[in-house]
Ligand binder design. Structure first.
Ligand code: NAX
Length: 366
């Protein structure tokens, strides 16, 4: 009797799971290092949970189509029950077709002798095209995560070209920086990573980012008191988190891929499944909060409410002089980046927000 009711309950649970609509997940740069690490984890349910079936829509350059075939064969060989279909394409309009989620990992790497401004413009051109394709083909409430660098400004450019998709649907990834900051604090204090809370990454995913411990807690106590070493925070912790990517390249000869994929999983999982009262850093469309210029993508602390919904955490003490200067430096860099790619924004729009959305942004900021 007991067994049969347990079986019935299990059957009911599995038929409820089967009823979840399939999520269409587009991934660009799918044959690259991060893409390779990411796809197996999406396929196994780590991004959207163990009951969420997915269709993978993999996008690569023409040159990337051959390695992408190999990646797709490996996904097949994983025999993942959640993966219902895998498509491969070099056409973003096809790849973003009806997408619920888009993870934009593909971009142009810095070549020998290439100026930073050339790299910005080359990537802005890619993200302008992808923004248009998202606007043409993806669902209106598509949830977009930009990983490719310069991530914040790529998100700005893509959103500017997707006038029918709310800018709040676009995020640039600073979760890797957030995780790196947690790991450094855990290493310094001997706490477990899970006991380090309320770390914040402000600003750009670049060496000007500000990893901020002002509000952080270690095992429930203020991190500044537990660490009790301002010199370490300013001279070791902050520069190490800011330049961790370069440190990893120096050690392994390769840029971070598994940890970047892991951060993308964390970001999307929290955003879509919710993460309670846990603070997460995400670069989002600035609405003027914290005195940051509207229209740039700036990393701030957020609460993830599930189903792609987030809230900025604004109810925090004003930054002290040091923090204010750090936040200002990364803000200035993002404004410079925006100016570098302004020629690729619709109408050279300084705010990068089409008129209809400017009205909405003004209303929201009021
Ligand atoms: P890889 O060079 O291994 O892979 C990039 C892939 O993108 C290649 O397969 C390439 O063919 C493809 N690609 C290029 N242009 C494309 C386009 N227009 N459409 C579709 N695919 C395209 O780089 P990987 O190590 O995977 O890094 C990918 C991006 O992530 C880089 O821009 C990198 O700088 C950035 N990162 C961002 C991080 C973050 O925290 N936001 C951290 C890790 C990483 O540095």
């Amino acid at each position: 009797m007991l067994r049969s009711s347990l079986q019935m309950a299990r059957r009911a649970m599995s038929s409820a799971a089967a009823e979840l609509p399939i999520k269409k997940v587009a991934v660009t740069g799918a044959a690259g290092s991060i893409g390779y690490a990411l796809l197996m984890r999406i396929s196994s349910g780590q991004m959207f949970g163990p009951n969420q079936p997915v269709e993978l829509q993999l996008i690569e350059t023409e040159v990337g189509m051959k390695p992408l075939k190999g990646v797709t064969m490996e996904i097949m060989d994983g025999a993942f029950p959640l993966v219902r279909k895998v498509t491969q394409t070099s056409d973003p309009n096809v790849g973003f077709g009806d997408a619920d989620v888009a993870v934009l990992v593909g971009g142009k790497p810095r070549g020998p002798g290439m100026e930073r401004s050339d790299l910005m413009s080359a990537n802005a051109a890619i993200f302008a095209e992808q923004g248009k394709a998202l606007n043409n083909s993806a669902k209106r409430d598509v949830s977009v995560l930009v990983v490719a660098n310069p991530a914040n400004t790529n998100a700005l450019v893509a959103s500017a070209h997707a006038s029918d998709i709310d800018p709040s649907r676009f995020k640039a990834m600073t979760r890797l920086d957030h995780n790196r900051a947690i790991a450094q604090v855990a290493g310094k204090t001997g706490a477990m990573a899970g006991d380090v809370k309320k770390v914040v990454i402000w600003g750009n995913h670049s060496a000007t980012q500000y990893p901020d411990l002002s509000n952080a807690l270690v095992e429930g106590k203020p991190a500044l008191d537990v660490i009790n070493d301002i010199k370490w925070i300013r001279e070791e912790f902050i520069p190490r988190v800011q330049k961790r990517g370069a440190e990893i390249i120096g050690a392994s000869g390769r840029s971070s891929a598994s940890s970047a994929a892991s951060a993308a999983i964390d970001h999307m999982r929290d955003l879509h499944l919710g993460s309670g009262d846990s603070w997460q850093s995400m670069a989002i469309h600035s609405d003027g909060s914290y005195g940051i210029d509207t229209g740039i993508w700036f990393s701030v602390p957020c609460l993830c409410r599930g189903d792609g919904v987030y809230e900025r955490i604004v109810d925090i003490p004003a930054p002290d002089e040091f923090s204010a200067a750090m936040i200002d430096a990364t803000r200035k860099e993002l404004l410079e980046e925006r100016d570098t790619v302004r020629h690729l924004l619709p109408g050279g729009d300084v705010q990068a927000v089409p008129k209809t959305r400017k009205k909405r942004a003004r209303k929201a900021a009021a």
